[in-house]
Design a protein. Structure first.
Length: 79
C-alpha cells in the first residue's frame, strides 16, 4: 500500500488560520482532525462532523502527522 501524498491535500498559508496547516480549500486545521481521532472519534465520525472533507483528506492528515513524528525527537518530561 502506498502512502497518500499529503502535500496534495494540506496547505500552510499565512492568510488562512494564522498559517496553521489546514485541509486545502477549508479552514479546518490539521490539528483538529488529529485531535478528534486521538480523542477516540472514528474516521466515520469525523467525516460526519466535517462533511466538507473526504476520507482521503483524513488519510492525508494522518500521513502529515506521521511525517512530522519522523522528523522530530520527542523527549519524555520528568516526573
Amino acid at each position: 500500500m502506498t502512502r497518500i501524498n499529503w502535500q496534495n491535500y494540506i496547505s500552510i498559508d499565512p492568510e488562512i488560520h494564522h498559517g496553521e496547516p489546514c485541509i486545502k480549500g477549508t479552514r479546518i486545521p490539521v490539528s483538529i482532525i488529529i485531535g478528534s481521532i486521538a480523542d477516540g472519534m472514528s474516521i466515520d465520525e469525523v467525516l460526519k462532523e466535517y462533511p466538507q472533507i473526504s476520507r482521503e483528506e483524513i488519510q492525508a492528515v494522518l500521513a502529515y502527522a506521521a511525517d512530522l513524528v519522523r522528523q522530530e525527537w520527542i523527549l519524555p518530561l520528568g516526573k
